[in-house]
Design a binder for this molecule. Structure first.
Ligand code: BV8
Ligand code: ZN
Length: 268
């Protein structure tokens, strides 16, 4: 099956790669829905919703600050690196990630140049769409202004011990919040339109490491199918997308992505 998928990748014009928490699992970041995953220990409606934040902003910030430190202590894994190299090799590839850990960006910055025509990192980074935002960034909970000068990928450690110590907006004084999309909140419209446009135009959608239960992201592979494209799933488990997939590879992304995305011959 691997060779079939590699041929389909070589023949495809326009590829989207939809990724979920499973891609970051092998970097040590717990997934959401598996036993012992993030949601097992916390209730999403308590923490990943505007109501949860309004009810107890300190508790929500405690959870996100813990996740920020965990993400910053992690490194991209071979699955992220295979995607990063592929992005840098082909301009017709777009990553649509549900992950908020920023590891795809870090992998693009981290991989070495690959001949013969390596694309520069900025073009590759511009083709990573973070559909649910990035937990390393903050924004104002009222006026949406991002804090001035906050380094996008190395936020300073926050003191989350009391309501008074939580970060506030310099422009309006309201609480800052993590720059992620919570349940019940709409995704950025322009980003979502762009994601569905590239998914519709793609010949192939790779769906990697997602349980495909969160919408509207889970609808993206169907957009590729509906316009005549193929879907290839990479996941140790079946998902609601398995029956729509042309290929469904059972296995871990860190092992399988280098095999299906790796360079074929030196000229490519
Ligand atoms: C919206 C940011 C409307 C926060 C996240 C009923 C039906 C359909 C939809 C809904 C419904 N009820 C409510 C909704 C809408 C809701 C939704 O989809 N709910 C689901 C749970 C039913 N969606 C929303 O609320 C969205 N907004 O609809 O707005 C609207 C419109 C206008 C005006 C107002 C409102 C917003 C959704 C975004 C939520 N934010 N994250 C944060 O992270 O803190 S979602 C969160 O879940 C993460 O982003 C995560 O990525 C995402 C999806 O989870 P997965 O990535 O798939 O992770 P999971 O653990 O589930 O699965 C891991 C998979 O990896 C598994 O399959 C496993 O087998 C596999 N795996 C494990 N190890 C590996 C592996 N694979 C490969 N290799 C490995 N080694
Ligand atoms: Zn503000």
């Amino acid at each position: 099956m691997i060779e079939e998928i590699r041929s389909a990748i070589a023949a495809a014009r326009g590829i989207v790669i939809l990724t979920g928490a499973g891609v970051s699992a092998e970097s040590g970041i717990p997934t959401f829905r598996e036993a012992g995953g993030l949601w097992a220990r916390y209730r999403p409606e308590e923490l990943a919703t505007p109501q949860g934040f309004a009810r107890d902003p300190r508790k929500v910030w405690e959870w996100y600050e813990m996740r920020r430190r965990a993400v910053l202590a992690c490194a991209p894994n071979p699955g992220h690196e295979a995607v990063a190299r592929f992005l840098r090799r082909r301009e017709d590839v777009t990553v649509l990630t549900q992950n908020v850990d920023g590891l795809h960006h870090r992998a693009v910055t981290g991989v070495d140049e690959e001949g013969p025509f390596p694309l520069d990192g900025s073009s590759a980074r511009a083709r990573i769409l973070e559909l649910h935002g990035n937990l390393l960034r903050s924004r104002c909970s009222e006026c949406e202004v991002a804090p001035a000068g906050e380094p996008p990928d190395h936020p300073a450690a926050l003191n989350v011990d009391s309501l008074e110590s939580l970060p506030r907006c310099e422009a309006c004084g309201a609480l800052l919040r993590p720059d992620v999309v919570w349940f019940g909140e709409p995704l950025n419209e322009e980003l979502l339109d762009r994601a569905f446009a590239v998914a519709r135009a793609a010949d192939l959608c790779l769906v990697v490491g997602t349980s495909a239960v969160v919408h509207p992201a889970a609808g993206l592979p169907l957009a590729t199918r509906e316009t005549g494209g193929s879907v290839c799933e990479v996941n140790p488990e079946p998902t609601p997308l398995t029956s729509f997939s042309t290929w469904s590879l059972r296995g871990r992304s860190a092992a399988l992505l280098p095999q299906i995305l790796g360079k074929t011959d030196p000229s490519r």
